[in-house]
Design a protein around this ligand. Sequence first.
Ligand SMILES: Nc1ncnc2c1ncn2[C@@H]1O[C@H](COP(=O)(O)OP(=O)(O)O)[C@@H](O)[C@H]1O
Ligand SMILES: [Mg+2]
Length: 201
Amino acid sequence: MQLLKQGAEADIYVTEWHGKKAVSKVRSPKAYRHEALDSAVRRQRTVHEAHLMSAAKAAGVSTPFVHFVDPDNAEILMEFVQGKQAKDALDVKMCMQIGRYAALLHGANIIHGDLTTSNFIVNNRLVLLDFGLSYYSERMEDMAVDVRLIKEVFTSAHVGLRGAFPAFVRGYGSVAGKKKTSQILANVKEIEQRGRYARVE
Ligand SMILES: Nc1ncnc2c1ncn2[C@@H]1O[C@H](COP(=O)(O)OP(=O)(O)O)[C@@H](O)[C@H]1O
Ligand SMILES: [Mg+2]
């Protein structure tokens, strides 16, 4: 197996599955955690992440196909998605599609938790990765945290791309409807204002 990326929590390897290129996401043991607790935590997070990948797919969001989950080894074996990270190929149309995806997730009460342009791969379609921080919630405030993060990414990593966030909002609105979208945007504003006050203090 070839190491593709070493993360804080998991390592990504490129491997094969029945002759096809595949990705193995393995949560590595953490020495600072008690051994039995550590293996329970890794097991639980692995199962949780794989479950949310499938739930997202059921909600209409394109995610890598999961070949198998091995809770004992904290491993998810999934389809290798060929393509660039959205962060290196972002355009306005893609921002709109990201908005649609976010609204589909939120419609299923799934909060992605790390909605950045690094976690999307583009080929013909847009594929959303990394459900390691995802969870279920019905709260608009939690949905707004997803929206606020991608907005922040658009205005920091993609300053040159004009109209990115408005396009996201159009995509989001086309799925979630006007009422929910404006409620969530109001929540985003509130979070941003809170951040501003916190900085002044
Ligand atoms: N199924 C996949 N196909 C292709 N590349 C992947 C796949 N899964 C992960 N990657 C690559 O590995 C990187 C890290 O994976 P990710 O699941 O986001 O882990 P982390 O939690 O460390 O951010 C991604 O940004 C992507 O470039
Ligand atoms: Mg990631």
